[in-house]
Design a protein around this ligand. Structure first.
Ligand code: ZN
Length: 439
């Protein structure tokens, strides 16, 4: 048994590494195995690298973040930074297990870092109670691997764009040393996914944007005439009865107003009784109105474990990383599936290909804006458009000064082949488009 004969690791800083401390990790790094990477050579240096050199950034200290920090710290990673802009809410405590009732109101990143540092000797988690957008590329460049445990697609896309902006190309050839692998985890109720992104080499977040469709709603005919679920009854009260009966005048429905929810709840029960449907509760009513998807601790645990494993595989080079997308679902039984998401040739984030916009010369700027926001592979949120006209930069559209949206291209001075630079919250860089007139 090879692992029993390896020498004890020298205590590097104050005797943190007691005898046998990393035996569980050494089994993977110091002996060969059938699942090891073909180029893998068992050695002791890999563990030293994990313990002393490898710098990991964890984005998010919530449901996934707590699990990620715990897993990484117990796997031997010690130089970990964590970024989170949130404070702890009492409703987090059932699954975000690094937090206690006394911590409510404090920044998640700071409490999580303190907990890990106190519990796991030698670990140096550095917290950042900030937004990811508060840091520039020099901050991100210091890390070997970045792991995301986010619940926001905009933040994911921004992070993805940041790592793509760090890539350097020489004569069109990607410099591999400029790649920082991004491991992304996501969960929603009983469903989750884990993926490995090598920016510039494998499919990025924006390459597969169609996988994140906008909120799916129940078909209106079901809500209006043939409800089957308690949710259908609640949607009936919310969408059809509220604007018709105007219980609070012209006020729009506020999910945080208990009187509003109470009204929808009462109407939903009446509707449910009519169709012999059970299960309408106040809590469900609030959940449907506020679009709450319950967070499930076990889903977070599985996805964070899958992500941490990928970090370990890439950092140690001992095993072949996931290629490249794992889906997990335990709504009914248990299901996992892995597939290779493919790069999109004209991805607006990673392809380096100018994006074409096809519009007739008679179109208005409004049509461009709608396209940028509604196209499934762009899904921008509040695009700002600038261009260069007669050698001068000109802002065509900003949401706060939206007087140009109904203006035709002709009056804006836009011609065929015009380059438009679009800035949006989904990316740290501007995206270049080329306006092609159709006839
Ligand atoms: Zn891409």
């Amino acid at each position: 048994n090879a692992d029993t004969v390896s020498p004890p690791i020298m205590a590097v800083d104050g005797g943190y590494d007691w005898d046998g401390r990393w035996n569980h990790v050494r089994k993977f790094l110091e002996r060969p195995g059938p699942f090891a990477h073909p180029d893998f050579e068992p050695c002791t240096e890999s563990l030293q690298f994990l313990l002393e050199m490898c710098k990991i950034l964890v984005i998010g200290a919530g449901g996934l973040g707590c699990e990620l920090l715990k897993n990484l710290a117990l796997s031997g990673f010690r130089l970990i930074h964590v970024v989170d802009m949130d404070t702890i809410d009492i409703s987090n405590l059932n699954r975000q297990f690094l937090f206690r009732p006394k911590d409510v109101g404090r920044p998640k990143a700071e409490v999580a870092a303190d907990f890990i540092n106190n519990r796991i000797p030698g670990c140096k988690v550095v917290p950042h109670y900030k937004k990811i957008q508060d840091f520039d590329e020099s901050f991100y460049r210091q890390f070997h691997i970045i792991v995301c445990g986010l619940d926001s697609i905009i933040a994911r896309r921004w992070m993805n764009g940041m790592l793509i902006s760090l890539l350097s190309y020489e004569d069109g050839v990607l410099d591999p040393s400029s790649i920082i692998p991004l491991i992304d985890g996501g969960t929603e109720g009983f469903k989750g996914n884990s993926r490995v992104i090598l920016p510039g080499m494998t499919a990025c977040i924006d390459c597969t944007l169609e996988l994140y469709p906008p909120q799916i709603n129940f078909p209106m005919c079901t809500i209006a005439s043939m409800p089957r679920l308690p949710e259908h009854c609640i949607e009936y009260a919310r969408i059809l009865l509220w604007p018709k009966e105007k219980p609070f005048g012209e006020t729009s429905l506020d999910g945080d107003n208990p009187e509003h929810i109470q009204w929808v709840f009462k109407k939903s029960i009446e509707r449910a009784a009519e169709f012999h449907i059970t299960g309408v509760t106040y809590r469900l009513t609030q959940g449907v109105v506020k679009r709450i998807i319950p967070a499930v601790a076990s889903t977070n645990a599985v996805i964070a474990a899958a992500c941490s494993l990928e970090v370990f595989k890439i950092a140690s080079s001992a095993y072949i990383p996931l290629n490249n997308y794992l889906v997990f679902n335990d709504v009914d039984g248990l299901y996992t599936y892995t597939f290779e998401a493919e790069r999109k040739e004209n991805c607006s984030a990673c392809s380096q290909v100018p994006q074409n916009l096809q519009f007739p010369p008679s179109a208005k700027l409004q049509e461009v804006l709608e396209y940028l926001m509604e196209n499934a592979s762009l899904q921008m949120k509040s695009p700002a458009i600038t261009t260069t006209l007669e050698g001068k930069n000109k802002t065509l559209y900003l949401q706060v000064f939206n007087f140009t949206e109904h203006t035709h291209f002709f009056y804006l001075g836009l011609s065929d082949g015009q380059e438009l630079a679009v800035a949006d919250v989904t990316t740290p860089q501007t995206v270049l488009f080329k306006l092609n007139f159709t006839t």
